[in-house]
Design a protein around this ligand. Structure first.
Ligand code: M6R
Length: 610
C-alpha cells in the first residue's frame, strides 16, 4: 500500500527520495509528496496522481537540501487529492509527518485537538499525528520526546517518519504494525518501508520491531522502545538483488514475473524435493513436524490469489495425503468465531506477509490454541515473524500488482507439504515416486507453455473488446478458473467470473450469448468428459469457447473456437501449468486495452489495512 522513504546525509536528498518512491510504486498509490528541510524551514510539495507529476512540480524552484522525506499514499481516509497526500504538517509548518497504517482513534483525537485550537487541512487520520506531536513539542522538548509522547496516545498501526524545522539534523522514525527499515550508508541513512528503496544505496539494514522508534542522523542512529529503553540494533545484509527489482528487457514487471516461473518453481523445490529418495525436506517445519502429521485437520487462510492457492491446497492435501482441510478467506475467518484449537494447524498463505486480514486470522487462531504456520514470500515479513514455523516460497520480489509467480510457487510449496505428509502417512512408494517425478518435471512443462505466448497474444487481440468473460474449471482447476478471472479483472478492468464448470447451468448460463468468451480449463483427466458436456452447453447458446487443453486432445478441436495447448501432468499438479496461459491472456488483453498493467487502478500490492 503506501510507501515511505526518508534521507539524511551529504548528498542531494530529493533525487534519492524520489528514486526510492519510484521503487515503491509497485505497492500501489494514488498521490505522492515530499518534505524537505532547508535553512531551518520545511517545504512540502505534493501531487495527486503519479510520481511523475510530483517530479515535474519539484523541478521548479526547489532548494538544494540534504534531508528529505517522501511518501506514496493509497487513500483510506479521504479522497486521493493533493490536500490529503502526505507529508502532513502541524499548524505552524514546523513538523512534517509521513505515515503508513491507520490511526484508529483519530476521530476522537481530532475533536480534542480541534477544540484546543488546531486547524486541520486534510481529511486524513495522519494529520492528527502532526498536530499531536505539535502539542507535545514545547520549549525544552526535543522531537523524539514529543513523538514518543504522541505515540502513547495513538491506537492503530504505523510506520512513520517525522522531521522538524527546529532540529534539521535528524529523522525520527517509529513502527507499530507497518514495516520500517533503516539503510546504513557512509555518512548517510535511508529509511524506508521496503528494502527495495534502499538496496541501490547500501546492503546494510536494520529493521525496527513493533513498539520501537529511532533517531536517525547523518552519521548514527539509536533505537529505543516507546518507553525509552535503549534497544541493541541488529544489522543485516540485504539478500535482495537490484536486478530482481528491475524490469530488464521486459515491457512490464508482470510479464517478467510470468516468464520467471520455471525458475521460481525450481527455487521453491530446490534442496527440498530429494528426487533420488522420493523425499521432501522442509526445514521450517522440522520442529513442528509431529504436530503437522498428527493434526486432526488443517485450516488454510489467505486473500485474493493466496486464497485461490489455498483452495488448490485443499485438493492436494485431501486427495493425496488424506487430511481433512478447510479453506477460509482470512477476512471472514475471525468474524465467524471459528471452532479451532489445539491439535489444529492453520496455514496462512501470503505473498507479501503483510496482509492485515491474514494477520488478524493468524492471531485469532493462535489465541484459540492452534499451531499457526506460514507460507510466505517476503522473508522477515510480519506473517513470517508471527508464524510458529512455515515454508518460504522463494519466488523473489514480486513487483507487478497482479500476483503471478507467487501463485505457482505457493502451489509448489503446498504440493511439497502434501508429499511430506503423504510419505509419513504411508502412501505407496510407487505413487510417491510418480508424484515426485511429476513435480520435478513441472518447470520444463511451464517453459513449454510460455513458448505458446504468441498464440495467446493473438487470442487476446481477438477478444480484447469483450465486456464480460466467464472462466470454467472443475476439481483443482476450479480455483484456477477463479484465478484467471481475478487476473483479467485486476489488470484489464473487464468483468470476469470464475465458476465450477458444472455450476454454470445453475445460473450463469443465462449470461451466455454470442458476445461471451468462455475460457474452459479442460485437461484430459478423470472428469474430462464432464467438462466436454459443459462446453457443449456453452456452444449450444453460441458462447465462444477458449479451451486450455492438452497437446494430445483432438476432440476439443471440434468444440472450441480457440485452443491453447498445455502439456499433461498429474491431475492435482495441473493448476501450476494451466494457470500460465490465463496469466498471459489477462496480460495481453490488458496491454491491448492500454492499461497500466503493473499498477492497475485502485489496487495495492500489499493490503495492510483490514
Ligand atoms: O500478499 P498477499 O498474498 O497476502 O496478498 C493477498 C491479496 O491481496 C493478493 O493476492 C491480491 O489479490 C493480488 N492483487 C492478486 O493478484
Amino acid at each position: 500500500m503506501c510507501g515511505i522513504v526518508g534521507y539524511i546525509g551529504t548528498r542531494s536528498a530529493v533525487p534519492v527520495v524520489l528514486n526510492g518512491l519510484r521503487r515503491l510504486e509497485y505497492r500501489g498509490y494514488d498521490s505522492a509528496g515530499v518534505a524537505l528541510l532547508h535553512e531551518g524551514q520545511i517545504t512540502v510539495v505534493k501531487r495527486a496522481g503519479k510520481i511523475a507529476e510530483l517530479e515535474a512540480a519539484l523541478r521548479t524552484s526547489i532548494p538544494e537540501c540534504t534531508v528529505a522525506i517522501g511518501h506514496t499514499r493509497w487513500a483510506t481516509h479521504g479522497q486521493p487529492n493533493e490536500s490529503n497526500a502526505h507529508p502532513h504538517m502541524d499548524c505552524r509548518n514546523e513538523i512534517a509527518v509521513v505515515h503508513n497504517g491507520v490511526i484508529e482513534n483519530y476521530a476522537a483525537l481530532k475533536r480534542k485537538l480541534h477544540d484546543a485550537g488546531h486547524v486541520f487541512r486534510s481529511e486524513t487520520d495522519t494529520e492528527v499525528l502532526a498536530h499531536l506531536i505539535e502539542q507535545f513539542y514545547v520549549r525544552d522538548t526535543n522531537l523524539e520526546q514529543a513523538v514518543r509522547r504522541a505515540l502513547t496516545q495513538i491506537k492503530g498501526t504505523y510506520g512513520l517518519v517525522v522531521v522538524a524545522a527546529r532540529e534539521p539534523d535528524k529523522l525520527v522514525v517509529a513502527r507499530n504494525g507497518s514495516p520500517l527499515a533503516i539503510g546504513i550508508g557512509d555518512n548517510e541513512h535511508i529509511v524506508a518501508s521496503d528494502a527495495s528503496a534502499i538496496v541501490e544505496h547500501t546492503r546494510r539494514v536494520t529493521y525496527l520491531e513493533d513498539g520501537e522508534m529511532a533517531v536517525v542522523t547523518c552519521g548514527s542512529f539509536s533505537i529505543s522502545t516507546l518507553a525509552d529503553v535503549p534497544v541493541e540494533n541488529f544489522v543485516q545484509e540485504l539478500t535482495l538483488n537490484l536486478q530482481e527489482i528491475e524490469r530488464g528487457e521486459y515491457e512490464h514487471f508482470m510479464l517478467k514475473e510470468i516468464h520467471e516461473q520455471p525458475d521460481t518453481i525450481r527455487n521453491a523445490m530446490r534442496g527440498r524435493l530429494i528426487v533420488e529418495k522420493d523425499e521432501v525436506k522442509l526445514g521450517g517445519l522440522d520442529h513442528v513436524r509431529d504436530t503437522v502429521l498428527g493434526a486432526k485437520r488443517i485450516v488454510i487462510v489467505g486473500c485474493g490469489t493466496s486464497w485461490h492457492a489455498a483452495l488448490v491446497g485443499e485438493y492436494l492435501m485431501e486427495q493425496i495425503a488424506g487430511v481433512p482441510v478447510e479453506v477460509e478467506y482470512s477476512s471472514e475467518f475471525r468474524y465467524r468465531h471459528p471452532i479451532i484449537g489445539s491439535g489444529d494447524i492453520l496455514f496462512a498463505i501470503s505473498q507479501s506477509g503483510e496482509t492485515a486480514d491474514t494477520l488478524a486470522a493468524m492471531r485469532e487462531a493462535k489465541v484459540k490454541g492452534a499451531t499457526v504456520l506460514g507460507i510466505v514470500n517476503v522473508v522477515g515479513s510480519t506473517v513470517a515473524r508471527e508464524s510458529q514455523g512455515g515454508v518460504y516460497i522463494h519466488a523473489g520480489p514480486e513487483i507487478g500488482v497482479a500476483s503471478t509467480k507467487a501463485f505457482t510457487s505457493q502451489l509448489t510449496v503446498l504440493a511439497l507439504i502434501t508429499l511430506m505428509i503423504a510419505r509419513a502417512k504411508g502412501v505407496s512408494r510407487e505413487k510417491l515416486s510418480l508424484l515426485v517425478r511429476e513435480l520435478h518435471e513441472l518447470p520444463e512443462k511451464v517453459e513449454q507453455v510460455l513458448r505458446t505466448s504468441d498464440r495467446i497474444k493473438e487470442i487476446a487481440q481477438k477478444y480484447k473488446g469483450a465486456t464480460n468473460f466467464l472462466y470454467l474449471g472443475r476439481g483443482a482447476n476450479f480455483p484456477v478458473a477463479l484465478e484467471g478471472a481475478l487476473k483479467l479483472k485486476e489488470i484489464s478492468y473487464i468483468h470476469a467470473e470464475g465458476y465450477p464448470a458444472a455450476e454454470m447451468k445453475h445460473g450463469p448460463i443465462a449470461l451466455i450469448d454470442e458476445q461471451m468468451p468462455v475460457v474452459v480449463i479442460a485437461p484430459k483427466d478423470a472428469i474430462y468428459e464432464k467438462v466436454i458436456s459443459n462446453i457443449q452447453e456453452v456452444r449450444a447458446r453460441k458462447g465462444r469457447v477458449i479451451a486450455i487443453a492438452n497437446e494430445d486432445d483432438h476432440e476439443i478441436e471440434h468444440l472450441a473456437e480457440d485452443i491453447v495447448r498445455v502439456p499433461r501432468t498429474y491431475g492435482f499438479f495441473g493448476p501450476i501449468i494451466n494457470v500460465i496461459p490465463l496469466q498471459l491472456l489477462a496480460y495481453y488483453i490488458a496491454v491491448a486495452r492500454g492499461v497500466n498493467v503493473d499498477q492497475p487502478r485502485n489496487l495495492a500490492k500489499s493490503v495492510s489495512v483490514e
